[in-house]
Design a binder for this molecule. Structure first.
Ligand code: COA
Ligand code: AMP
Length: 630
């Protein structure tokens, strides 16, 4: 069947399409139907089925004779170690860990926060939660204690599973003090923690509260999989919104299993047994869907890579891993390729390795710039498929359906909508726009299985953020267009979210932190273009009257404050003190205009601007930071 036939097939019978896809999943009780309309624009998938995520990702493969196949390869150029875990071993390890958690009172519906680096134990912790029907929430290791505390207070976990440390090139990330600090800051106190001690740094455990990962598993009865309803939350993953309060995206069990399993063949074109690699982090949605769940649900071998695209030890790392583990499909972020390209523009490292087993490379997480795509195509000789999705959707909205039909690639476009997504471009009033015209990208409700049904404890925010602007649609927060051939183009965010090295960050969240500095009266954070990371945050602060301290001292404190409060991942290093911020007459800060000046782009002076002279002052500040030079 062609892509067109599959897409039309879904459109003419959406429920039949997903019921058929659901046959590839093991159910303890079959769902009676696919879609459950809860009214008021809320939908759930496979709600009355009973199933278990861990069973589908692990145990069933052992039962089916795949026990000896490698499930997880941990390849860590940072520690110089390689470790393989078969499906049988994985089942035993996860069942024991789940048994130990159960013995300490963790059960169905309890939340467990996981704060771990790129080690297989992070996946095992996720799977052990799924095994019990507990709801995990993984927090990225690059976030600071305060961000962890915010998530603890929102998710109210019974337990936290963490590692003693993470490893960044040249730096040990001390997880335990961050964890202790977060628990101290949080109002909600988890019952206990489990600490996976890494040999690179052993943490001090507090008796009776912190339990050693290995020790607490001693003598426990391994746990079996607990069947849960199709609409039982498998996990909560926090993502950046407009404000500093992150949004808790919920993933329901049934739809998650069905959609991810479908995506592995139809999008990533791998068969069970093949090795699949997503070079991301378990703390992001890509890590949830394509390091942990999808490859395992589909019976693939997945790679947990603890390293960077460059410097661990060189720009040949990706090609070494692909060659050594015979990776079939590879998924990374454009920023990673930009880093490799900078160190190895001619692709000399690629020639050192045999990557003939690789079929295609998939890019997502941020806009894939044509230069990077063309470079990757040239040096690897492989098709490069951009695809577009979000934490909220959990899997591809628009991409290349390579396992159905390899359509022609149009550079600059993540290709076409996947079955399940009726993507439309709308004008401000919600009317569909003609082909080729820019507008807000929206998806007609219902969203397909695997996408968010609502936000954790925040249905009103869910409606306000996604459903209220365009009734009957999910608002993606991205702007773009669809061409005559149905190819989608993603141009920009319509909100204050920025994308730094493929990491989604909230400028509003950073402004909240800057505003907490005692000398800052007012501030604005914008996202400026960066050759490597796509965007970088840049802050402008106006000082409280009477503050006479040296500006560079205050700037340093601001930079440190964001690093301490949000984390190193915010990559907040550009900041300037200015006298005033450009505003409209009604007092709205003209952030978009500031971005245009920084990036040396043409702009129209906003008609409502209060005092245009302020823009000159901003330009001077930008030039001092190395921007607005054009
Ligand atoms: N734990 C602790 N700190 C982390 C971290 C983690 N898991 N991940 C990143 N950080 C830190 C980095 O060490 C860096 O700290 P520094 O300011 O002390 O140097 C900071 O956060 C910023 O990180 P990043 O923006 O990732 O920059 P980098 O200089 O470390 O690396 C790239 C640059 C391009 C090589 C890197 O960004 C990269 O590989 N990105 C891939 C993007 C990706 O996989 N995105 C996931 C979405 S698909
Ligand atoms: P996240 O939730 O972290 O995955 O970030 C999702 C956002 O990243 C999207 O809403 C887009 O703004 C951006 N994004 C992700 N993939 C792409 C892509 N292929 N092209 C352009 N932007 C992308």
């Amino acid at each position: 069947m062609s892509y067109q036939e599959v897409y039309e097939g879904w459109k003419s019978d959406p429920e039949g399409f997903w019921m058929q896809a659901a046959e590839a999943i093991d159910w303890d009780r079959q769902p009676s139907k696919a879609l459950f309309d809860k009214g008021n624009d809320l939908y759930e998938w496979f709600a009355d089925g009973l199933t278990n995520t861990c069973w589908n990702a692990v145990d069933r493969h052992v039962e089916a004779g795949r026990g000896g196949q490698v499930a997880i390869i941990h390849d860590s150029p940072i520690t110089g170690t390689l470790h393989k875990i078969t499906y049988s071993e994985l089942r035993n390890r996860v069942a024991r860990l789940a048994g130990a958690l159960r013995a300490k009172g963790v059960g169905k519906g309890d939340r467990v926060i996981i704060y771990m680096p790129m080690v297989p134990e992070a996946l095992e912790a996720m799977l052990a939660c799924s095994r019990l029907g507990a709801i995990h929430s993984v927090v990225f290791g690059g976030f600071a204690a305060n961000e962890l505390a915010v998530r603890i207070d929102d998710a109210k976990p019974k337990a936290i599973i963490a590692a003693s440390c993470g490893l960044e090139p040249g730096r040990v990330v001390h997880y335990k003090p961050l964890l202790d600090g977060a628990i101290e800051l949080a109002t909600h106190k988890p019952d206990f923690t489990v600490i996976f001690q890494r040999e690179q740094e052993v943490a001090k455990l507090n008796d009776g509260y912190d339990f050693d990962w290995h020790g607490f598993q001693y003598g426990v009865e391994p746990a079996d999989c607990v069947p849960v309803e199709g609409n039982h939350p498998a996990y909560i993953l926090y993502t950046s919104g407009t404000t500093g309060a992150p949004k808790g995206v919920i993933r329901h069990t049934g739809g998650h299993l069905v959609a991810l399993n479908w995506s592995m063949k139809n999008i990533y074109n791998v068969d069970p047994g093949d090795t699949f690699w997503a070079a991301s982090d378990v703390g992001w949605v890509v890590g949830h869907s394509y390091i942990c769940y999808a490859p395992l649900i589909h019976g693939n071998t997945t790679i947990v890579f603890e390293g960077k695209p460059v410097g661990t030890p060189d720009a040949g790392t990706f090609w070494r891993v692909i060659s050594e583990h015979n990776v079939r499909s590879f998924f990374t972020a454009p920023t990673a390729f930009r880093a490799v390209k900078r160190d190895d523009p001619k692709g000399e490292y690629v020639e050192k390795y045999d990557i003939s087993g690789l079929r295609a490379i998939y890019l997502a997480g941020e806009r894939a710039d044509p230069d990077t795509i063309e470079w990757a195509q040239k040096v690897t000789g492989k098709p490069i498929y951009d695809h577009w999705w979000q934490t909220e959707t959990g899997w591809t909205i628009a991409g290349m359906p390579a396992g159905i039909e390899a359509l022609s690639v149009k550079i600059g476009s993540p290709s076409v909508p996947m079955p399940g997504y009726d993507v439309q471009i709308l004008d401000e009033a919600g009317h569909p726009m003609p082909a080729g015209e820019l507008g807000a990208i929206a998806v007609k409700l219902p969203l397909p299985p695997g996408t968010l049904p609502t936000l954790w404890n925040a249905e009103d925010r869910f409606r306000k953020s996604y459903l209220s602007h365009f009734p009957g649609y999910y608002e993606t927060g991205d702007a773009g267009m669809i061409d005559e051939d149905g190819y989608l183009y993603i141009m920009a965010r319509t909100d204050d979210v920025i994308n730094v090295a493929g990491h989604r960050l909230s400028t509003g969240g950073m402004e909240e932190v800057l505003a907490s500095h005692p000398d800052v009266a007012e501030c604005a954070v914008i996202g400026v273009t960066d050759q490597l990371k796509g965007q970088l945050p840049m802050g402008f602060v106006c000082l409280t009257t009477g503050v006479n301290r040296p500006h560079d001292e205050i700037v340093k404190e601001c930079v440190k404050l964001v690093r301490d409060k949000i984390g190193p991942v915010a990559a907040f290093k550009l900041c300037a003190v200015v006298d005033r911020l450009p505003k409209t007459r009604s007092g709205k800060i003209l952030r978009a205009t500031m971005v245009k000046i920084a990036d040396s782009e043409e702009f129209k002076l906003p008609a409502t601007i209060d005092d245009p002279a302020i823009l000159d002052e901003i330009k001077v500040a930008l030039q001092a930071l190395g921007y607005a030079k054009g």
